[in-house]
Design a protein around this ligand. Structure first.
Ligand code: TYD
Length: 133
């Protein structure tokens, strides 16, 4: 599915022992994982994101806390996704503008399809909106 959507990952374990959730490249992600990064200590009044990617695909988790994504595609479709469980992943295909808000002490983990490349970013909203595929 080439639109942002939640992937519910399996949980191994129990309430008594705790859980493990696993993401294996290609099996649980629709791309080869080339990069992993995490963000943390974002104050609650800060909105991160504010960009889109030309090619990058991602699966993003809130491994701790709650993270809200507001997304917008080039057709003008808006959506909101709440990551409130470490077993929930958000798949974001290419060409999706996103704003991200964090609860106190939330930790975002991202599995990414490409290594970091600043040239892959749209950081200017007008440039993104006017982009013709
Ligand atoms: P950015 O992707 O804009 O973060 P966010 O969407 O969370 O606000 O990245 C923030 C800064 O970190 C920016 O200067 C680029 C740098 N960065 C890297 O150098 N490598 C990476 O893999 C990532 C994700 C960011």
């Amino acid at each position: 599915m080439d639109i942002p959507h939640i992937i519910n990952f399996s949980k191994i374990g129990s309430q008594d022992l705790g859980y493990i959730t696993v993401a294996e490249t290609q099996k649980d992600t629709p791309f080869d994982i080339k990069r992993v990064y995490w963000t943390y200590y974002t104050p609650q009044d800060v909105i991160r994101g504010g960009h889109a990617h030309k090619e990058l695909q991602q699966v993003i988790f809130a491994v701790s806390g709650t993270i809200e994504f507001n997304t917008l595609d080039l057709q003008g479709n808006k959506d909101t996704f709440i990551l409130d469980s470490p077993s929930k992943g958000l798949y974001i295909p290419k060409l999706i503008w996103r704003d991200i808000k964090f609860s106190h002490s939330a930790v975002l983990l991202c599995l990414a399809s490409e290594i970091y490349d600043e040239a892959d970013y749209f950081r200017d909203f007008e440039e993104f909106k006017n982009y013709k595929k």
